[in-house]
Write a protein that binds this ligand. Structure first.
Ligand SMILES: *Cc1c(COP(=O)(O)O)cnc(C)c1O
Length: 482
């Protein structure tokens, strides 16, 4: 070992010595003793490691005050909550990485007012007997969709798995090759099918499937005809798909149920809002689907959940399936889902109060105003680091829904001067609260569509703070100039 290393090792402060300092005793008033001692030990260990691999070479880095700074940072990091609010400035409305659907005000209020103690989750107050957790949303779902029966599970992946396992285990399910989707990297129709114990029978080709393809594949082992919403992709060109109603009449002729995995589960008629038609849950049921499954937190705009609607007898057997117990919905989710569904009792109100719908239906003109307002909040910043500009762009629905839909929006852009776009994006991401932006063409974009009205002030504050930093220069990655 070199002489310098030996010298530095001796200069690492002792645990006891640190524990006796005034600053550490202050920290002991905030954090438990074990946690502080552990943080000190770990910090010292790290320092010794750094001496060993020569990333620490000067004595000043081992001064008591400097070491305590490190201990304090570590304590702050350990005790900071992990799941936190972020501001979504990406313009992707149902952002899978950012928690998909933000919840409506009334849903949040409901969660906030949650009685701390017990609730009638599985208790029938009228009879004083054991009840079912599903009743809390069953009536609402039936009223909203005209479904015969309804139940809910953890998410739509669970809903699909459960339906297949109940109805088609050990038997055949016919599905078009054009619908074998993968969603979010881990939900793949062929894999879910295998897990459920059903045998998948693929028919048709990637671009074209005909009714006769389904009919030819039917045999005595066929237990289900499955239609899957393409969700995150679209087929263009020479394509052909069999409509749900055609599948239903085929199924009826052979006495085979038809299920549609709708994915997003839209209850609102998008064409009423000048947008392309998106199949609704009500439509699927009206066309005669025996089972319909969809997510609670995509276009529906509620909490993560999987909703199963359809025929009473089928839903009864699904409820009785042992697997249901493993996939069952939690009371907090149920509470949020009930409240979100309640908003749909008045569809027009839902379009205004459900955040994902409100964001989708926001007009370009109102976004233009919103962007102008944000720009006004930051007009007189110093432009050494970056300049500001307003630009047209597109938001997306995201969450594996409406992949081809581009929603015209307005962006506030940071155009790099001294700071690089990448550096600014990182800085904003590390802001409190983190602000997630998009970098495009060397500009940092804030799509105002997904920024809440109440968040505009925070975004403005971040932009002002960023204008003042004297950090990294453009094109000099990782070198700090202060
Ligand atoms: C999103 C989606 C799923 C999975 O739903 P989760 O709620 O993410 O579990 C299943 N099927 C389709 C068609 C989907 O779009």
């Amino acid at each position: 070992m070199t002489e310098n290393k030996t010298y530095l090792f001796k200069k690492v402060p002792a645990v006891d010595k640190l524990l006796n300092t005034r600053r550490i005793s202050e920290l002991l008033e905030i954090y438990p003793r074990d946690m502080v001692t552990n943080a000190i030990r770990q910090t010292l260990e790290q320092l010794r490691y750094q001496i060993k691999d020569e990333s620490l070479t000067t004595e000043t880095q081992l001064k008591t005050e400097t070491v305590i700074d490190l201990v304090e940072k570590k304590l702050v990091r350990i005790t900071r909550p992990s799941l936190i609010s972020v501001i979504n400035a990406t313009g992707v409305i149902i952002h899978t990485n950012l928690g998909r659907s933000p919840l409506a005000e009334t849903v949040l209020e409901k969660l906030g007012s949650l009685p701390g103690g017990y609730c009638n989750l599985e208790y029938d107050i009228n009879s004083g007997k054991r009840g079912s957790r599903y009743v809390h949303v069953e009536g609402l779902l039936k009223d909203l969709t005209n479904s015969e029966a309804a139940m809910v599970v953890n998410n739509n992946a669970a809903a699909v798995l459960l339906c297949l396992e109940t109805i088609a285990k050990g038997q055949k399910v016919i599905v078009s090759r054009g619908q074998l989707v993968e969603i979010g990297g881990s939900f793949r129709i062929p894999d879910v099918m295998r897990k459920s114990g059903a045998q998948m029978v693929e028919v048709g080709t990637t671009n074209k499937t005909h009714l006769a393809d389904y009919e030819r594949a039917i045999d005595s082992d066929t237990s289900l005809l499955l239609k899957v919403h393409k969700s995150n992709f679209a087929l263009i060109g020479f394509t052909e798909d069999v409509s749900l109603s055609e599948m239903v009449s085929l199924g009826r002729r052979y006495g085979i149920p038809v299920m549609e995995d709708l994915g997003s589960g839209c209850l609102i008629n998008f064409s009423d809002y000048g947008l392309p038609m998106e199949p609704t849950v009500q439509d699927a049921l009206a066309q005669g689907a025996d089972l319909v499954t969809f997510s609670g937190d995509k276009l529906l705009g509620g909490p993560q959940a999987g909703i199963i609607l359809g025929r009473e007898d089928l839903i009864k057997s699904i409820r009785e399936n042992q697997l249901t117990r493993a996939l069952r919905i939690d009371k907090l989710t149920l509470l949020a889902l009930e409240e979100a569904l309640r908003l749909y009792m008045d569809k027009q109100k839902a379009a205004k109060k459900i955040p994902v719908l409100k964001m989708i239906f926001q007009s370009y003109d109102s976004l233009k105003e919103k962007a102008a307002y944000l720009a006004k909040l930051v007009t007189d910043i110093n432009t050494d680091n970056f300049s500001l500009e307003l630009m047209d762009g597109n938001s997306m629905t995201g969450g594996g829904s409406l992949p081809h839909l581009r929603l015209p929006s307005k962006m506030l852009c940071l155009v790099p001067n001294r700071l690089s776009a990448q550096h600014m994006e990182t800085w904003l991401r590390e802001y409190d609260p983190p602000i997630i932006t998009r970098v495009k063409g060397e500009k940092v974009l804030f799509d105002v569509r997904t920024i809440g009205d109440k968040e505009l002030m925070t975004v403005a504050r971040a932009i002002k703070d960023l204008a003042l930093i004297k950090g990294e220069m453009r094109g000099t990655d990782n070198k700090k100039y202060t």
